[in-house]
Design a protein. Structure first.
Lengths: 247, 38
C-alpha cells in the first residue's frame, strides 16, 4: 500500500512559518527600493515531495510595509509596521522554495505592492492625508529644499538624493508636505562650493542615510528636516545597494 | 435490494457520532493575520 501522502501543512504550522521567514528575508535582501516588508499572513502553502529530504514549497504571502527604508540596518523585527492611518502599503508575493535536508532556499519569487485605497483611508481616518505621487511638483520642491537645507546646516559629507521613499500632502487645516527620502554621502564636504562634481562613495566606503522632512506652506512657511546616516555597512551579496542607481 | 438495504444500514451505523461540543479544526489556510488586513 503506497505510503500515505503527508497531511497538508497548515499555514500556521512551524514549518510554514520557517518557510515564510526565509521568504521574507529573501524578499528584503533582494529589494533595491522603498521599504522593508514584514509578514502579515500566510495565504497558502503547498508542499511537493521530491524525494528523501527534498521538497519544493509554493508559498503565497501577504506582507505589510514597515517604516524602515530598505537600506536601514535596523533588524526587521525592530521595524514598525506602517499604520493604516499613515496610508499602509501591502505586498503580495508568490514564491517557490526548495527544502533540502532542512535547508531552505528560494528558487523563484514574484511580488507586487499596492497602497491601501484612498477611499478606505478616508473612511477610517477622514483627516489623514493620502500618499502623493513622486513627481508632484510640491513633493519634488520639498525634497530639494530639505536636502539643501540639511547640507547647508550640517558639516561633514555632502549628501546626495538616492530616492524619494514616500510623500503625503495635507491641505486642511494647514497646507503641509511630508516627504521621506534616502540619501548617500559623497566624496565632498558640505563646505565645498562645486557640489555638482561630487560623486557617491564607492561601495566599500558607502554611507547611506534616510531623511524625513515637513514643509509647511500655509499658514506659515516652515521647514523641518531630520536625517539619520546609517554609517558604513559592509556590502553582502544580498545587501541591496543603491549606489549604482540614483533617481 | 437486500444488499443495498444492508449497505445502507451499515453505512448508517458507520457514521461516527460526533461528541458533544465537537469543534472542527480550523481550515489549514489562510493562516492568522499578524497585524491588520487592508
Amino acid at each position: 500500500v503506497p505510503a500515505a501522502s503527508p497531511a497538508p501543512l497548515s499555514c500556521d504550522d512551524p514549518e510554514s512559518e520557517a518557510a515564510a521567514e526565509a521568504a521574507v528575508n529573501y524578499i528584503n535582501g533582494h529589494s533595491h527600493h522603498g521599504y522593508k516588508f514584514t509578514l502579515n499572513r500566510i495565504e497558502n502553502i503547498r508542499v511537493l515531495p521530491q524525494g528523501p529530504s527534498n521538497e519544493v514549497i509554493f508559498l503565497e504571502l501577504d506582507l505589510l510595509e514597515t517604516i524602515c527604508h530598505i537600506l536601514s540596518p535596523t533588524p526587521l523585527a525592530n521595524c514598525t509596521v506602517r499604520s493604516f492611518t499613515d496610508h499602509a502599503v501591502e505586498g503580495e508575493c508568490d514564491l517557490k522554495l526548495q527544502k533540502v535536508n532542512g535547508k531552505l532556499s528560494v528558487l523563484a519569487s514574484k511580488c507586487h505592492s499596492k497602497a491601501d485605497s484612498s477611499e478606505d483611508l478616508l473612511q477610517r481616518c477622514p483627516d489623514c492625508p493620502p500618499l502623493a505621487i513622486f513627481n508632484d511638483t510640491e513633493v519634488q520642491k520639498a525634497v530639494t529644499e530639505a536636502l539643501s537645507d540639511y547640507n547647508s546646516k550640517n558639516a561633514g559629507a555632502y549628501l546626495k538624493l538616492l530616492e524619494i521613499g514616500r510623500a503625503k500632502i495635507q491641505y486642511h487645516p494647514a497646507h503641509i508636505v511630508f516627504v521621506e527620502f534616502a540619501v548617500a554621502a559623497t566624496n565632498c564636504s558640505t563646505a565645498e562650493a562645486n557640489v555638482e562634481a561630487c560623486q557617491l562613495l564607492p561601495d566599500d566606503q558607502s554611507n547611506f542615510g534616510f531623511c524625513t522632512a515637513t514643509k509647511v506652506i500655509r499658514p506659515s512657511q516652515e521647514l523641518q528636516v531630520n536625517c539619520q546616516l546609517y554609517g558604513h555597512q559592509v556590502p553582502t551579496p544580498d545587501t541591496s545597494f543603491l549606489s549604482r542607481e540614483t533617481s | 435490494s437486500v444488499a443495498r438495504r444492508a449497505v445502507a444500514e451499515v453505512a448508517q451505523h458507520d457514521k461516527v457520532p460526533r461528541p458533544v461540543g465537537f469543534v472542527p479544526p480550523p481550515p489549514p489556510c489562510p493562516g492568522k493575520i499578524r497585524h491588520f488586513k487592508i
